[in-house]
Design a protein around this ligand. Structure first.
Ligand code: PMV
Length: 320
């Protein structure tokens, strides 16, 4: 966990030209347990190196957020989700009457289950604290980024902002302390985009509707997902790859039973398994977004198999 470090000591890249600090927030994948985690079950998440970088400067003009990668300037009075989120974050960070200009670069797409908004919330929070040179601890980072995240996600479990803040792999349960996950060996994965974005808020609401209609059945599915997540913790710590792959396939099947999969997600998982992956599943909210495949020694082959049908993917290694 973080202690109350000065942000300048804490994973910061100094931009000498602008004399400001580039603050990072990690993107993430969910290895096991999405959706069930909203209902108190365990989930396993891992930060990836991609995410958001933000820098902040005091300004004479009204506060604004420039998301350079999207060519989007968000005015602090703007009536949009981004405008609401920005205002809420400025308030949570106790910016007060000060005007602040924030630049953000992001290298993951929004709405694809990779934790783009959480990574931005964390990077912006860090940038704001850095401009005032105020110390920022782990809990405050989470609390501020959650205020931002709630505008986009309704009632998020907090798994995304935790990953964005920690930058590691961990076992997550809502409102419980985080347990770090120690992997025996780095996890070689391939990640693919379906090309269709989806709204996490809407997908979480869809599951809530099913839960309201058939609570016992949906609770059983969540319990089964929880069992898979806990088995996966053991398997990941011991490096039992084949078992982890099977558990991923089973987790995907349970998520499909909640109608969270799509034709493209099914196709992506199928192609990955045929190309040698030990298992594959959707990651994040589903209904589009991304899938992940466990592909030790063959992640590039899986990415090429996806490319042959027009799906864009990339490889990653999770080492902590
Ligand atoms: O932000 P996403 O799309 O990766 O979804 C986060 C995971 C969910 O379990 C679907 C929602 C949540 O808040 O935990």
């Amino acid at each position: 966990m973080y202690n109350a470090l000065s942000l300048k000591q804490c994973g910061v890249v100094v931009d000498e030209n602008k004399k400001s600090f580039q603050m990072h927030g990690h993107a993430k994948i969910i290895l096991f347990g999405e959706h069930a985690v909203v209902y108190g079950r365990h989930a396993i998440a891992a930060a990836i190196k991609q995410g958001s970088y933000a820098s902040a400067q005091l300004s004479t003009k009204p506060s604004c957020l420039h998301i350079r990668s999207w060519d989007r300037i968000v005015d602090c009075n703007e009536e949009s989700e981004l405008g609401f989120a920005f205002r809420a974050l400025l308030q949570a960070c106790q910016v007060g009457e000060q005007n602040i200009h924030i630049d953000v670069d992001v290298d993951v797409p929004g709405g694809f289950g990779l934790g783009c908004s959480a990574s931005m919330g964390v990077a912006i929070t860090r940038a704001i604290y850095s401009v005032f040179d105020r110390p920022l601890d782990y809990e405050t980072t989470l609390a501020c980024a959650l205020v931002w995240e709630r505008v986009f996600h309704g009632s998020p479990s907090g798994i995304d902002v935790t990953a964005a803040t920690l930058g590691t792999s961990f076992i997550f349960q809502r409102n419980k302390p985080i347990q770090p996950l120690t992997l025996l060996e780095p996890l070689e994965l391939a990640i693919v985009s379906t090309g269709h974005s989806s709204s996490t808020k809407k997908m979480v609401e869809d599951v809530a509707r099913q839960h309201a209609q058939t609570p016992q059945m949906v609770e059983c599915i969540f319990d089964d997902i929880d069992t898979l997540s806990l088995k996966a913790v053991d398997a990941l710590q011991a490096g039992r790859w084949t078992e982890i792959g099977t558990l991923m396939d089973l987790n995907h099947a349970l998520l499909s039973s909640l109608m969270l999969s799509t034709e493209t997600l099914e196709q992506a998982c199928h192609i990955a398994r045929n190309a040698g992956a030990l298992g594959a599943k959707l990651t994040g909210a589903g209904g589009g977004g991304c899938a992940i495949a466990l592909a030790p020694g063959c992640s590039q082959t899986v990415v090429e198999a996806w490319r042959s049908v027009g799906l864009y993917g990339f490889t990653t290694k999770i080492s902590i």
